[in-house]
Unconditional design. Structure first.
Length: 191
């Protein structure tokens, strides 16, 4: 891992613990084991560090999610694959994803906030397209409210930052499969 990535990882841990407002450049430098002045060799300011921590995992996530959404699979299998990817990516990008989901990003500089919002919208569109394809193919109910269902899926997945532990009882794949079954079959016994 290069020095810049090490700094970002340590900074993400500090942001995770103290929040954006509670974190100082000195906190980040201390966590990274470097002098405060050395931090400025890699980054112009605290917002640059923060933006990279929240933007890069989200950008990577959306580009990979687009590949999952483009798979030549029936919509139920694609939904399961998307859930598996979403949850495994969440785990792979901790603590950056946790910082992304906990902080008020609208305080970022205007263009940066717009970039984050665009990625969020693209993510929602990818999920909506999977659901619409399922409706068109007759796999999902025709009366499904795609926007609300998408928000439900994202809420379910993104709330993981509050309770998920990588050493917990279920793996990310098992959680994704459980959620896929809930979404595809409901939770009631029989129909």
């Amino acid at each position: 891992m290069n020095r810049r990535k090490e700094i970002l990882l340590e900074a993400a841990k500090v942001f995770q613990e103290k929040g954006y407002r509670g974190t100082t450049v000195q906190d980040i430098a201390q966590a990274a084991g470097i002098l405060k002045g050395s931090l400025y060799y890699h980054f112009a300011n605290k917002e640059d560090i923060f933006y990279e921590i929240v933007h890069d995992p989200l950008h990577h996530f959306v580009s990979q999610m687009a590949e999952v959404a483009a798979l030549n699979l029936p919509p139920p299998a694609k939904l399961r694959a998307a859930l598996r990817y979403h949850i495994s990516a969440f785990d792979a990008h901790m603590p950056g994803i946790q910082v992304l989901l906990r902080e008020n990003l609208s305080t970022l500089e205007k263009e940066r906030w717009a970039s984050i919002r665009a990625l969020w919208e693209e993510q929602k569109t990818l999920w909506q397209n999977i659901l619409r394809q399922g409706i068109e193919n007759g796999d999902f109910r025709p009366d499904l409210d795609v926007k609300i269902a998408t928000l439900g899926i994202l809420g379910m997945c993104n709330w993981m930052h509050r309770w998920y532990r990588s050493d917990g009882r279920l793996s990310t794949e098992e959680i994704a499969d459980l959620w896929a079954e809930m979404l595809l079959n409901g939770i009631s016994e029989g129909q």
